[in-house]
Design a binder for this molecule. Structure first.
Ligand code: GLC
Length: 447
């Protein structure tokens, strides 16, 4: 499918909706959807969550199937992997593949399918509720929802049991890829604490996308080293907790965990699963309190990160710093302060005309409008913020996020990410093309 040629053509929302559907149809495989056919030829965890919401506008059966396929790769300890390598023939297209990642070294890993040994943000609870609410015949599909709820609760249980060593209600990530925001500048201070070996490997991402828009070669050494160390630990959680130099309490990950727990509570009540409701409700209370106590950055007025390995707070203004709004856990005064921040130079540039929401503040010295998670706008994060600001009643900001998202796609095509800086007649979309979650999020915003 081609990039849409001109604005006039694309302001027609019917055409855009049709293009969204084309992208998802084109990326559908046998039972799941790839994020982007060349760059990411397998199934990714949080992508599939957002994608399932997109499918709910086209075909509920596929939406449910997307989730079923994902959950079928769950490890016996509840862990959910961030990649499921369904297709052996696509392995030459992607690095690091299943062998390099070596998740098979762990006894809990499934035997019937190859997976990675790291996870991604816990979106499935609220994704499932999104489908649940749209279900036309709940009685017919009750079994699907009950089973999915049990699997998601098992995942959350795994997180609280294995990733919350001090019983704070905050879970840690043990690889930057687990954050979903791979090369965020939030990790830079951690990279300074150790020196990885240099990996002389053939990256595949840079053969699909310009190197200037991807993480640097040096950054990749850190990422691969963490994978290698995890493999040496056979992905044993206790060993990794001791050995890995990267253990972070991430605001986005924990906020999405709260939102998912809340959704699980509501569904469990409707489906008469009182134990699930009780468990998720106590988790969500505890996690919400700790996010507000430990991750709020008074200086910036946003939520930040805690580096658990080196015992220090990471103060940085990223778009993920707004994500607790999505979980509805931000006290009103703080939320109000956040509206001033998103409307100011940090997130809209000195002329206050930038597209929302850049992944890193313009004022951060590391800001780079075109490099992956160090500046560009991502549609999945925009969707979370759009919902968050809407729920708090900040309609103008929510509308701007939504309209900017639509404009960026309409003008550039279904890219993986976009520069927040407005330009005239210049291509502003970057990374993978015909990107599934970009299409899925737009379907929600256009409907
Ligand atoms: C990149 C993104 C990650 C996403 C994956 C597949 O690694 O950073 O969030 O899940 O691509 O789209």
């Amino acid at each position: 499918m081609n990039k849409l040629a001109n604005l006039e053509k694309t302001t027609d929302s019917k055409t855009l909706i049709q293009h969204c559907k084309d992208v998802l149809n084109q990326n559908w495989r046998d039972g799941f959807t790839v994020p982007s056919s060349n760059l990411y030829p397998f199934q990714w965890l949080w992508d599939s969550g957002f994608i399932a919401m997109g499918w709910s506008f086209i075909d509920m059966e596929r939406a449910r199937q997307e989730i079923k396929t994902l959950l079928a790769a769950q490890w016996s300890n509840g862990f959910l992997p961030h990649i499921i390598f369904h297709d052996d023939s696509a392995e030459k297209q992607y690095f690091p593949g299943a062998d390099f990642q070596g998740a098979y070294t762990n006894a809990f890993a499934p035997k019937h399918v190859k997976t990675s040994g790291i996870t991604q943000p816990p979106v499935l609870g609220f994704v499932l509720e999104y489908l649940f609410e749209k279900e036309y015949d709940l009685a017919l599909h009750k079994e699907f929802y009950v089973n999915a709820i049990q699997s998601i609760v098992h995942f959350h249980e795994y997180l609280y049991l294995n990733r919350d060593p001090y019983n704070e209600g905050l879970v840690y990530i043990r690889h930057n890829w687990e954050s979903g925001t791979d090369n965020s500048a939030a990790w830079d201070s951690i990279w300074k604490t150790y020196t990885p070996p240099t990996y002389d490997v053939q990256r595949k991402d840079t053969s699909h996308v310009n190197q200037a828009q991807r993480p640097t070669k040096k950054d990749y050494n850190y990422y691969l080293h963490l994978i290698e160390l995890s493999k040496q630990c056979e992905y044993d959680e206790k060993k990794m907790f001791e050995e890995l130099p990267f253990l972070v309490q991430d605001p986005l990950f924990n906020s999405l965990l709260v939102a998912s727990n809340e959704s699980l509570v509501r569904m469990a009540i409707e489906l008469n699963m009182p134990e699930v409701a009780q468990k998720c409700s106590s988790w969500l209370t505890k996690t919400s309190l700790s996010i507000n106590e430990k991750l709020y950055d008074e200086k910036l007025g946003l939520y930040g990160y805690y580096d658990l390995k080196n015992n220090r707070f990471i103060s940085i203004a990223t778009s993920m710093g707004f994500s607790p709004l999505f979980a509805g856990i931000v006290p009103q005064e703080r939320a109000l302060r956040m509206t001033k921040i998103i409307e100011g130079v940090d997130f809209q540039g000195t002329d206050l005309d930038g597209y929302l929401c850049p992944s890193l503040a313009y004022t951060d010295p590391e800001f780079d409008a075109k490099r992956y998670w160090r500046g560009p706008v991502w549609l999945n994060i925009n969707w979370l913020l759009y919902k968050g600001f809407t729920n708090y009643g900040f309609k103008n900001i929510a509308d701007k996020i939504k309209n900017d998202s639509i404009t960026l796609v309409a003008q550039n095509g279904f890219y993986e990410y976009f520069s927040p800086i407005p330009t005239e007649n210049e291509q502003n979309g970057f990374g993978g093309q015909n990107f599934s979650w970009t299409a899925a999020m737009l379907l929600d915003m256009l409907n």
